[in-house]
Design a protein around this ligand. Structure first.
Ligand code: MG
Length: 500
């Protein structure tokens, strides 16, 4: 048994030693999206959005606000939160084009915001809409062509991406919108033959009947944007949408709200519910406006919302709470819940880390003839209790003398911090390891500790690559010289609490 321990430890000292650096925040929900993995490249069949197997897909998510005004939310953390906590399966990045300080003034800055969100969406396995958020797009076709050409080159092979080429044409004819759309669609299709393209319709994306009567021809995988605000647009717009569907027009609700069309006023939950029922019955994808903290009803975040997610659900504005509830209800099957992690120990995990109870809970391992004398005294910093070890015989290998404490529960997705004070009677190096206290003696990493004649406080963090009910902290390589003395004091081992 003893020799097996030594062999195991020795092997792992050679083989292991990597430190996990991909620590996901343990504060986040354990739901992850699998929607793109499950559905892959999207297409349009009849009026229906379908997956790579030709089966219907319904995406549900949220839209960021205008990038020029709400740039602070265009980051990785916010996207991760919208997926893991809100259960979005699609995110819309709305690049402001016309207003001062938006794309036309600051193209590189604006593009960076969009690609940050797109890349984060890809990382989180959700679909993402690149929205040319412009009410006058038909007046600047060249700019749109240049932008979407660049996006198609960058993301055309990526099944996650959907292009929305014209957000809400206003007082402009369907012919004008169609002319513009044909040019932009052709530019995208030169590079990307298949990703979904959303085409705007006149009058803030409500005149879908005009598109239904004269749709764009000879193009594939197009859908037409329908936008509604539930307190303004009611059954008559749903009737119009039914008409469009009957005529074979594929619809995608790339933006909607539960309030009035100006984004404000009371939420109309009854009409919102009517719309949800209609969308679900017709298997139509939808995106709620918006992730912003403006003082208006449709803006879902409170003014104090952090930039990078971590929004406690109870602090969301009513439109945000309602949206989150709906997404969590209807998107449940588009992701999976990772197994509940084992409970995390909180606070101090060591027993008798300060040696106030003598040697209790600590073990000195003496192997292959190594030997040490141990005493607990008050030679610690400022008279604290200290564990003093006098090496008498070094045995055969440095690790033949160890001091450890076991029975520690560690979790694989949790980081731990070890702190202690140490000194020796001369300068040298020892090691400290967090490892299994049983076969196969896996350990996460080993850390070198410089010791000297001065008391020094040391601090190390460890991430275990395993869940374990019986791990240990081990001070090792103590058997180097037979006149060496070590003192240890104030040893502490605690989970690192995530910063929220
Ligand atoms: Mg493609």
């Amino acid at each position: 048994m003893v020799s097996a321990i030594r062999m195991g430890l020795c092997l792992f000292l050679v083989v292991c030693g990597s430190v996990r650096t991909d620590g996901a925040s343990p504060a986040m929900s354990n739901w992850v999206s699998t929607v793109v993995t499950d559905n892959g490249q999207l297409a349009v069949k009849g009026t229906q959005l379908v997956n790579q197997k030709g089966e219907p897909v319904v995406l549900r998510g949220v839209s960021f606000g205008w990038s020029n005004w709400w740039s602070q939310f265009y980051n990785d953390g916010a996207v991760g939160w919208l997926v893991n906590d809100w259960h979005c399966t699609v995110i819309r990045a709305s690049m402001g084009v016309g207003p001062q300080g938006s794309y036309l003034d600051r193209p590189e800055w604006s593009k960076k915001l969009i690609t940050t969100v797109v890349d984060a969406a890809i990382k989180n396995d959700v679909y993402v809409i690149i929205d040319w958020h412009d009410h006058n797009a038909h007046q600047r076709t060249d700019e749109a062509v240049a932008f979407f050409t660049e996006m198609a080159k960058r993301y055309g092979d990526c099944p996650n991406v959907i292009y929305e080429i014209y957000n809400e044409p206003v007082e402009v004819s369907w012919d004008e919108v169609k002319k513009y759309s044909n040019v932009v669609i052709s530019a995208i299709r030169k590079i990307d033959p298949d990703n979904i393209i959303l085409v705007g319709t006149p009058h803030w994306d409500q005149d879908i009947h005009l598109a239904a009567d004269a749709p764009i021809e000879n193009q594939n995988n197009l859908m037409y944007s329908l936008h509604f605000y539930a307190d303004t647009h009611k059954q008559s717009l749903r009737d119009r949408a039914d008409y469009a569907l009957k005529k074979g027009l594929p619809l995608f609700i790339s933006e909607y709200g539960g309030c009035a069309a100006n984004g404000d006023g009371p939420l109309n939950l009854e009409e919102w519910e009517n719309w949800v029922r209609w969308m679900e019955a017709n298997k139509i994808s939808s995106v709620v406006w918006s992730i912003s903290s403006k003082d208006e009803t449709c803006s879902m975040l409170p003014p104090e919302a952090k930039n990078n997610g971590n929004w406690p659900p109870e602090t969301l504005k009513p439109s945000g709470r309602q949206t989150r509830d709906l997404l969590r209800k209807y998107n449940a099957s588009s992701g999976k819940t990772i197994d509940e992690p084992k409970s995390v120990s909180k606070g101090e995990m060591l027993a008798n880390g300060g040696f106030s109870e003598g040697k209790k809970n600590w073990t000195v391992d003496q192997a292959q003839g190594a030997e040490a004398e141990v005493v607990i005294n008050k030679e610690g910093p400022k008279g604290a209790s200290a564990f003093r070890m006098d090496v008498v015989d070094v045995g055969e290998e440095p690790w033949n003398l160890q001091l450890y404490q076991g029975n520690l529960k560690v979790r694989e997705d949790q980081e731990y911090r070890l702190t202690f004070w140490v000194k020796s009677n001369y300068e040298g190096t020892i090691k400290v390891i967090c490892m299994q206290n049983h076969e196969p003696w896996e350990h996460s990493t080993e850390q070198e500790v410089l010791v000297s004649e001065q008391w020094k406080k040391k601090e190390f963090t460890f991430s275990g690559p395993w869940n374990d009910e019986n791990a240990r902290i081990t001070f090792t390589d103590l058997a180097t010289d037979d006149d060496r003395v070590y003192w240890f004091a104030k040893v502490s081992f605690q989970p690192v609490v995530s910063q929220k």
